[in-house]
Write a protein that binds this ligand. Structure first.
Ligand code: M6R
Length: 610
């Protein structure tokens, strides 16, 4: 995830900026850069580790104000020209977040004569500031043009900017991306999180959405968007560095579960066209004719990504009328797939580096299939080997257990299915619109689940000593059951099975006893009654049944021992909500068992070997 830093004070800025950027390394990044200001702006950027940036910094730098950035690519590859800060002549900008309408703004700036050096969304901010500053005979100041600029931005941002006409201060602004200021003895600091400057000060001011201001060596001013001056509380941070990296959460996994309202928003930022009942997927290089003629798609993935792929299969078949197979990459590569050139291969891999998935995609390409990669890592190997890439934009995931990258994959699959379905005229604009409206509600609904996590924790603790667990669901809830079982087994080491609820009676029912908790995903939909029957089957074997159900379901309590409520949603979208609830169940179970949650035994985050 990108991180920004800033410093204005009595000391040399460059070492402080570099040191602060190092503290943000845990967030994940692929390039870094700084701008310092001493009469002139001097900018240095490098791809790779911060050590690469340090290596290009001259020894004789002399400036007491500057801004810096670690970039985790979302728009454009990890290349020096895409690294921040971005410049527009006498202005330098760092940005964390996503500008959804950057294409429209970019086109306008190009007609105004601006040339773009990068593929990023951020560069539009630099040029807009420059453009506005030079209107009115250049008599404008950076704060007022920042205020005007951010009013034109759709999306999320924490921004820090410098202008060489204003040598003593930086301007900052925030909406939907974190920004905190530090008040030190030898100067003031700005950063995406307090870890960046915790070494220098623990006195902080948290900047809220739609606040803007200036920071200099001895002064911080914060305003609302109407220009009213705000009085901000100075708080003292009690965390140590390690706790601060996890933003106070005990584990990265819990932090990443809590990031989902934001990560999901980033996944669909700028893509959901509610009024038109459609999705914008400019990065999908398929002609209308190719989409119309699609007869079959094959989804290839491993682990959690494979579970996401099952939902993808159901979505493509229902919404786009495309026959879809779902294949485990490690099996596909050694099978004898019957494929032809008219078909589509969709590889899902959060890391973009999974050896089996890469090998399977290469194999499918040898049949002449077109390929789409769905991945979270810009510039990863899969992106170089696929015809089109859809980035999930969930931000880096540090916990080995996939959580926010899984829900981001689901959102991407919804968007792709809607796009293909609309292009093929399988779903109407009205039906697409209903799905889009439901997708947009997800961040708020996930937040509601997170706010009520104590009920899930209590349930997890009640069954934390069990040896076996079953998760059952039908149709769209079947992949939810598989993923919930995978999550539980990998972090709590409890044996867990995910099963299609209708399959229980064909074997596994023999395993169900009063000691086997069964989690039934029982959200309302056309398989709801069937799942109730399956609950009865396991109840008859004395199992404890935990149901995941809609908040307004008045029936379910008659069937289940414990009900975990989630906000009521569109039948097709509800799997995202159930998944979040069950991520929490796995987490709190593992916590109660004292497991190594972020680094489970025997597992790696990225499986680059066969
Ligand atoms: O990076 P990928 O999505 O290709 O990884 C595939 C699996 O190794 C991965 O999903 C794994 O199952 C998860 N870490 C489990 O939480």
């Amino acid at each position: 995830m990108c991180g920004i830093v800033g410093y204005a004070g009595q000391n040399q800025a460059a070492p402080i900026l570099v040191d602060s950027l190092k503290k943000l390394e845990y967030r994940g990044y692929d390039s870094a850069g700084i701008t310092i200001l001493n009469g002139e702006l001097a900018t240095y950027k490098a791809v790779g580790k911060i050590a690469e940036l340090e290596a290009i910094l001259p020894d004789d730098l002399n400036a007491c104000i500057g801004i810096g950035h670690t970039r985790w690519a979302t728009h454009g590859k990890p290349e020096t020209r895409n690294a921040h800060p971005h410049m527009s002549l006498n202005i330098s900008v760092v940005h964390n977040g996503i500008i959804e309408n950057y294409m429209v703004l970019k086109e306008k700036l190009i007609t105004q004569g601006y040339e773009f050096e990068s593929d990023t969304d951020t560069e539009v901010i630099a040029h807009m500031l420059h453009h506005k500053m030079n209107a009115d005979n250049g008599k404008r100041d950076l704060l007022s043009v920042m205020k005007e600029t951010i009013k034109c931005l759709e999306g999320s941002y924490a921004i820090a900017a410098l202008c060489n006409d204003e040598p003593d201060r930086m301007v900052f602004a925030r909406k939907d991306s974190p920004l905190v200021l530090g008040i030190g003895e030898d100067g003031n600091y700005a950063a995406s999180d307090v870890t960046a400057f915790l070494k220098y000060t623990k006195d902080v001011i948290y900047i809220n959405d739609n606040e803007i201001g200036t920071l200099s060596s001895d002064e911080i001013n914060v305003f609302d968007l109407e220009g009213n001056s705000l009085t901000k509380d100075v708080e003292t941070v009690e965390w140590n560095l390690e706790a601060a990296e996890k933003a106070g959460y005990e584990h990265f996994m819990l932090k990443e579960i809590h990031e989902q309202p934001t990560s999901i928003q980033n996944t669909f930022a700028g893509k959901l066209l509610e009024l038109e009942g459609n999705v914008r997927l400019d990065e999908l290089y398929l002609s209308k004719e190719q989409i119309k003629n699609l007869r079959r798609a094959t989804i290839i993935a491993c682990g959690t990504s494979w579970n996401a792929g099952i939902l993808g299969k159901y979505l493509f078949e229902k919404l786009a009328g495309i026959h879809t197979d779902i294949e485990t990459a490690s099996e596909f590569r050694y099978g004898n797939p019957v494929l032809c050139g008219e078909e589509l291969t969709i590889a899902i891999t959060q890391s973009g580096e999974t050896a089996d998935t890469l090998a399977a995609v290469r194999s499918s390409k040898s049949y002449g299939c077109r390929s789409i990669a769905i991945t979270n890592v810009v510039g990863s190997t899969i992106t170089r080997e696929s015809d089109s890439v859809l980035y999930t934009r969930a931000g880096p995931e540090i916990g080995v257990a996939a959580t926010k990258t899984f829900t981001a994959q689901l959102i991407t699959l919804y968007m792709l299915a809607i796009y293909l379905g609309r292009s093929r005229k399988v779903i109407s604009p009205d039906d697409a619109k209903k799905l889009i409206i439901s997708l947009k509600k997800l961040p708020g609904q996930i937040q509601k689940i997170l706010n009520k996590k104590d009920a899930i924790k209590e349930c997890a603790e009640q069954f934390a000593d069990k040896r076996d667990y079953f998760f059952i669901g039908r149709y769209l809830n079947y992949p939810v059951a598989l993923e919930a079982a995978l999550k539980l087994k990998e972090i709590s080491y409890i044996h867990a099975e995910g099963y299609a609820a209708g399959e229980l009676k064909h074997g596994p029912l023999a395993l169900i006893t009063e000691d086997t908790p069964v989690v039934a995903i029982a959200t309302k939909g056309h398989t709801y009654d069937k799942v109730l029957s399956n609950i009865k089957e396991v109840k008859a074997r004395n199992a404890n049944v935990i149901a995941v159900a809609d908040e307004d379901d008045t029936e379910i309590e008659k069937y289940a021992d414990i009900v975990l409520r989630i906000p009521t949603s569109h039948e097709m979208i509800a799997p995202v909500l159930s998944s979040v609830a069950l991520q929490l169940l796995a987490y709190y179970t593992a916590l109660a068992r004292g497991c190594s949650i972020d680094k489970p035994r025997n597992l790696a985050k990225s499986v680059t070997v066969e």
